[in-house]
Design a protein around this ligand. Structure first.
Ligand SMILES: NC(=O)c1ccc[n+]([C@@H]2O[C@H](COP(=O)([O-])OP(=O)(O)OC[C@H]3O[C@@H](n4cnc5c(N)ncnc54)[C@H](O)[C@@H]3O)[C@@H](O)[C@H]2O)c1
Ligand SMILES: N[C@H](CO)Cc1c[nH]c[nH+]1
Ligand SMILES: [Zn+2]
Length: 429
C-alpha cells in the first residue's frame, strides 16, 4: 500500500526531479504530430480515418442532432438532472463573481486610457470519453465560457465503438449552454478544432482535460489556437495532524487515486498514529472499491505518507510541491490558509472533501497539475476573455510628453519613433 517517506526522501524523490520527456512521452508526441499534420493537410478524409482507427466506427453525422440531445433528457434519471442543475447553479454563482469590468482611467480631459475585456468568439471544450465520462467536466468548462460571453461553445467527446456519447454528457451540455457537440475525441478532435476541416469550423481556443494523447495534441496546436493548460495526472496533498479522522483522510486519498494509475496522493502528517491508522484504513477501503486495482496501483507507485517534524515543515514541502488540490485537515483550518503559497485549490477542514469541489460546490475543478500551480491557475472566466488596452492623448498632453518620448526613442536609436512624435509638435508650432 502507500509507502512511507522521510521529508528528505520525499524531497529527492518528488521535488528534485529534473523534468525531461520520457521515451513514452516522446512517442505520444510523435503520434500526435503525425495525426495533426495529416488532418491539417487532408481534412475530413483523414479525420474519418483516425476516428475509425481509434474509436472503432465513423458516426454518420459528426454533430449531435437536436433530436439526440432531446432524447438524452428522457434517458437520464431526473435525480441526476436535479443534481447537475444544482451543481451548475453553484458553479455559475462562483464564476459570476470572477467577471471583470472594463476599466477607464481618466487622468485629465487630455489623457484617457483603459482596458476592455472581450469574450473569445469560438471556444472548443474537450470532454474525455475514454475510460469514464465526466458530466462535471462539461459544467466546469462550459459555464465560465458562457458567463464570459463566448458566442460559440463547441464541445467534443468521443463516441466509441458505435456507442453514442453518454446521454448524461448531452444533458450537462444543455444545462451549461453548449451550442454544438461533435462526436470526436483524441488527437483527431483537437486537430479538427484547431485547423478546421471541410465540415468543421476551427475555434480560437481549446480547453479541457484529456489523456496523454489529447494533452500532447493541445501542446502542439498551441500558438495556432489558445489552450488553457497541459493537464497531467490528477493529484492531492493532505496536511493532517492527530485531530484528523483516518477514515476521512484515507477516503480522500483514494478518491484521487481512483482517477488514474498515475494519479498522485500524498499525506503529510506529524502524527505517527494518524500515518499508521490511515495506512490500515486505505487497505480496508480499497478492498471494497470498484476501481481497486487503479487506486492501489496509484497509491503504491505514486503515493506517499510523509512523516514531518512539524506542521510548518508540511507547508514548506507542500509549497514546493505546488499540488493541484490541497486539503488541510487540522484544527481551526482557516487559520492556515495564509501559509499556502502554491496550490491549485484548497479544501479546508474535515467536512470539505475534494469530491465536493470536483462536482458541486462552485470553484473550478480544471486545475494546474505537476507543480504548475507555481505559475498558473485553475480554469476561470478569465480564460475566455481577451484584454485590450486603449489610449487617448490630446494635443497639449502630447506636447508635454514629447521630450521624454523622443529622448527614450533616441536612446534606442529608433529615430522613426522620435519623428512620429516630433512631426506633430513641429506642425503645431
Ligand atoms: N483534470 C481534470 O479536471 C480531469 C477531469 C476529468 C478527467 N481527467 C483525466 O482525463 C483523462 C481522460 O482520459 P481517457 O483516456 O479516459 O479519455 P480521452 O477522451 O482523453 O481519450 C480517449 C481518446 O484517446 C485516443 N487514443 C486512445 N489510445 C490512443 C492511441 N494509442 N493513439 C492515439 N490516440 C489514442 C482515442 O482517440 C480516444 O477517443 C484521464 O487521465 C482523467 O484522469 C481530468
Ligand atoms: N479530480 C478531478 C481533477 O481535478 C476532477 C473530477 C472530475 N470528476 C471527478 N473528479
Ligand atoms: Zn476527482
Amino acid at each position: 500500500m502507500i509507502p512511507f517517506y522521510t521529508p528528505e526522501r520525499f524531497t529527492s524523490a518528488f521535488l528534485n526531479r529534473k523534468k525531461k520527456n520520457s521515451q513514452r512521452e516522446q512517442e505520444v508526441l510523435v503520434t500526435a504530430k503525425r495525426i495533426l499534420d495529416d488532418i491539417r493537410e487532408n481534412g475530413d478524409e483523414a479525420l474519418k480515418k483516425y476516428v475509425q482507427q481509434f474509436d472503432g466506427t465513423v458516426p454518420s453525422n459528426w454533430e449531435v442532432t437536436k433530436e439526440e440531445r432531446k432524447q438524452a433528457w428522457d434517458d437520464v434519471d431526473p435525480k441526476t438532472i436535479a443534481a447537475l442543475q444544482k451543481a451548475a447553479d453553484n458553479i455559475r454563482q462562483f464564476h459570476q463573481k470572477q467577471l471583470p469590468t472594463s476599466r477607464t482611467m481618466e487622468l485629465s480631459d487630455q489623457i484617457q486610457s483603459g482596458q476592455l475585456y472581450r469574450p473569445i468568439e469560438r471556444v472548443g471544450i474537450y470532454v474525455p470519453g475514454g475510460t469514464a465520462s465526466y458530466p462535471s467536466t462539461v459544467l466546469m468548462n462550459a459555464i465560465p465560457a458562457v458567463l464570459a460571453g463566448v458566442q460559440d461553445v463547441i464541445m467534443v467527446s468521443p463516441a466509441r465503438n458505435g456507442q453514442p456519447i453518454k446521454s448524461v454528457l448531452l444533458v450537462a451540455a444543455d444545462i451549461a449552454g453548449v451550442q454544438t457537440i461533435y462526436k470526436l475525441g483524441g488527437v483527431q478532435a483537437i486537430a479538427a478544432l484547431a485547423y478546421g476541416t471541410e465540415t468543421i469550423e476551427p475555434v480560437d481556443k481549446i480547453v479541457g482535460p484529456g489523456n496523454a494523447y489529447v494533452a500532447a495534441a493541445k501542446s502542439l496546436v498551441f500558438g495556432e489556437v489558445g489552450i488553457d493548460m497541459i493537464a497531467g495526472p490528477s493529484e492531492v496533498a493532505i496536511i493532517a495532524d492527530e485531530t484528523a479522522d483516518p477514515i476521512f483522510v484515507a477516503a480522500d486519498l483514494i478518491a484521487q487515486a481512483e482517477h488514474d494509475k498515475n494519479a498522485r496522493a500524498f499525506l503529510f502528517t506529524n502524527s505517527p498514529f494518524l500515518a499508521e491508522a490511515t495506512k490500515a484504513e486505505l487497505a480496508k477501503q480499497c478492498a471494497t472499491l470498484p476501481r481497486e486495482s487503479i487506486a492501489t496501483a496509484a497509491l503504491e507507485q505514486h503515493g506517499a505518507t510523509v512523516q514531518v517534524n512539524s506542521i510548518d515543515q508540511a507547508f514548506e514541502l507542500v509549497n514546493k510541491l505546488a499540488p493541484e488540490h490541497l486539503e488541510i485537515q487540522l484544527q481551526d483550518p482557516m487559520t492556515y490558509l495564509g501559509k499556502v503559497r502554491n496550490a491549485g485549490s484548497v479544501f479546508l477542514g474535515s467536512y470539505t472533501p475534494e469530491a465536493l469541489g470536483d462536482y458541486y460546490a462552485g470553484p473550478n475543478h480544471v486545475l494546474p497539475t505537476s507543480g504548475t500551480a507555481k505559475f498558473s491557475s485553475g480554469l476561470s472566466v478569465d480564460d475566455f476573455l481577451t484584454k485590450t488596452t486603449y489610449l487617448y492623448y490630446g494635443k497639449s498632453a502630447l506636447v508635454e510628453a514629447a521630450p521624454h518620448v523622443t529622448r527614450i526613442a533616441e536612446e534606442e536609436e529608433l529615430s522613426g519613433h522620435a519623428r512620429a512624435v516630433q512631426k506633430r509638435i513641429d506642425k503645431r508650432e
